[in-house]
Design a protein around this ligand. Structure first.
Ligand SMILES: [Cu+2]
Length: 131
């Protein structure tokens, strides 16, 4: 009887050890995914001769987009359309040579425009794709 009871204890320990190994494997897989998701990614939209470029710009979700004013006049980068601005989302005045940036954390199509100029190049779009 004593030897049967000893064997039972031993096999119980083995099960616990297996569960620990499985748990550790799951944890390390999770942290690898998080590192991949946090890789920094930046794209640049320039404003030159009253034109945002590239337009549209397509990026993966989580990308930081830098807008750079290369003209010798001021422009804005204002979310929304000329008919319906969304200044709560983003809205920046850029003096010549200035930059501004936003990180797009949600998939979707983001229109933006310049409130100062109504030319055809003064509207743009950032398309943010899901992973
Ligand atoms: Cu402008």
């Amino acid at each position: 009887m004593r030897s049967t009871s000893a064997r039972r204890r031993h096999s119980g320990t083995a099960v616990i050890a297996l569960l620990l190994v499985a748990g550790l494997a799951a944890c390390s897989a999770d942290s690898t995914d998080e590192r991949d998701a946090e890789l920094p990614s930046t794209e640049t939209v320039t404003i030159q001769t009253f034109i945002y470029s590239p337009d549209p710009l397509t990026v993966p979700v989580g990308t930081t987009v830098v807008f750079e004013n290369l003209d010798s006049t001021s422009h804005t980068v204002t979310a929304g359309t000329r008919e319906l601005a969304d200044t709560d989302l983003f809205d920046a005045d850029l003096e010549p040579g200035e930059t501004t940036e936003w990180t797009f954390d949600e998939p979707g199509t983001y229109d933006y425009f310049c409130v100062l100029h109504s030319g055809p190049g003064m509207t743009g779009q950032v398309i943010v794709e899901a992973d």
